[in-house]
Ligand binder design. Sequence first.
Ligand code: ZN
Ligand code: ZN
Length: 424
Amino acid sequence: MEMDLEHLRKPCTCGRAHEISVRGIWIEEGASKRLYEMLTEGELREFTAPVIVWDDNTSEAAEEALEDVAEICQEICLSSAGLQADNRSVEILEETLPEETDLILAVGSGTIHDLSRYVSSQRRIPFISVPTAASVDGFLSTIAAMTWNGMKKSLPAQAPLYVFADTDIFSKAPYRLTASGISDLLGKYICLADWRIANLVTGEYICDKICEIEYKAIREVVKRLDDIREQDAEACERLMYALLLSGLAMQMAGNSRPASSAEHHLSHLWEMEVINPHTEALHGEKVGVGMLLAEQCYRRLLEAIEEGRCYVKMYSGPEKQLLMDTFGAKGLYESVAEENTPDPMLEIDPDRLNRALPAIAGVLDEIPPGDKLREMLRAGGCCMTLGEIGLPEDVAGQSLLLAPYVRRRLSFLRIAKMLEIEGV
Ligand SMILES: [Zn+2]
Ligand SMILES: [Zn+2]
């Protein structure tokens, strides 16, 4: 099926005309055939030197479906061993990409997409997305998540021109990747709540329509978790749809606000390895566990608000000593301090926060409780504990303290630094 983009581009109740740069998205069995037709006789026939970028795993997964396409394209097959979205892989891709290339076909999951979106935007040529797994919601992102000389960076790049998600390919992906996509998606329960709370507290822009379509897409996936686990084609299409929709939500909002907040900040923190050892866990796996930790913390605050035991307290700035002892020990204090300047907490008026507490409780109450979320993760075959993602169980407390500083964005986890629970 073709995703209805026109519907999303219509003037919106939030007052914005949402911009969507992607021209078309197909999620269906045989989407690769459609890509071939577009390249040979459709809108993409003007491109004379398309190049497929994949790695040995994704080429194996997709070569049958893309047989025709591969015949009319050049190919670059990267080695999957240690393949990362980093400056080394960018160099390799830039060196091997033929001079005359006028279109990149990214065939893979997150890493291949980040590399392709970055290199294509540097070359000022478009790229096409062919996701080989429903593993992340970043296929439509305009930002490339890169490791540059060891530092995690979000580099400006570009979104794909078209997405051809072939069910024959992605529904057969190694299941761990699909489970990771489920976790990345469920994390939206936290980040949408964070967005709505930030709107209540500071009046930050929000679009109800974006929230609504995201919640709806998540519900459709939650209904089908058992089927997704059995790699049922239609159920996997629902997951891919929801992940791509989350990407569209970011395009519509103009940033990652609808798709990344406290649960992602926890994941980013663990990637920085400030308080924990290195972990090989996948992006979504970390996000899923981050979601559970955030939910626990939010639930405590919700109960305190409802029982009249939650108070707004004086805010005295970022916890400098803590940041120096942790990020500082890794030489990252300066960059964290810079990320938090100006301090987003200064946007909060304590009186307004106090008045908003009942409404905040209403939003928190809509997050499915921890046991419900765990039930969903279990049904999806996803990771649920710090141990399962290769982290010591005792990093939970410090993770919740530090994660809000990783990005300059008001999550409720961050706002909670202005809240105090009586008797705790
Ligand atoms: Zn809107
Ligand atoms: Zn994510």
